[in-house]
Design a protein around this ligand. Sequence first.
Ligand code: ZN
Length: 262
Amino acid sequence: MRLTPEQIERYSRQIMIPDLGGRGQIRLRQGRVLVVGAGGLGCPAAFYLAAAGIGKLGLVDSDRVELSNLQRQILHSTMDLGREKVESAKEKLNRLNPEVEVLTYAVRLDEKTAAEIVMPYDFIIDGSDNFATKFLVNDIGVALGKPFSHAGIVRLQGQIMTALPGKSACYRCVFKAPPPPGEILNCQQAGILGAIAGTIGSIQATEAIKYFAGMEEDLLVDRLLTYDAKTMKFRTIEVRRDPHCRACGEKARGKLKLASTA
Ligand code: ZN
């Protein structure tokens, strides 16, 4: 594969970065990313990936655009109210970069649909807003050997980590199982500042770009990055693979059953 003169011009400001270069750009062009959730995290993540020239983007979301989404879900506008989020998002992404192939799945990612949807992709961005989906993305990512970026946001805080199945700690190594319903508030109950979704979603896109560019050693693996916008502090917490992890531990290996509803 070769870059056309138009592509070289469009991506010139990142091609000139030595860590990326023309080779990294070609690898991005061949990359396939699945974005789970076209919401607060998925919108900025998909937007920057499309801008950067990712080859294929899959968008999974069963929701329609609501007025209360617009404060943070920056691919959707007032004119899109009532539309399927995946269709609204696809239109904006292709307006930005017609070269990107955008596939839409207006369904909820669940145990029946997950494997088939995830299979054709190289990297997953978890932009979901609930624990069941976060554990499902983890378990399917581990089972199929697909690297993924986990992120969570609430109020003025965010957290993010990348997992390379078989090589690094997974989300379940760190968080074990979903908390009892109602114990931890989600964005709908507790609120979220839109700009924080933008910060964390942008980091997710950065991780995917680094993955395709061959910067695997510098990914946010075995580390959980936390962001507190109130104090404007980023912290990195070292995390470890759990040998007894139900998704990626010794006993789970090779015979993993999706355990996300545990
Ligand atoms: Zn694990």
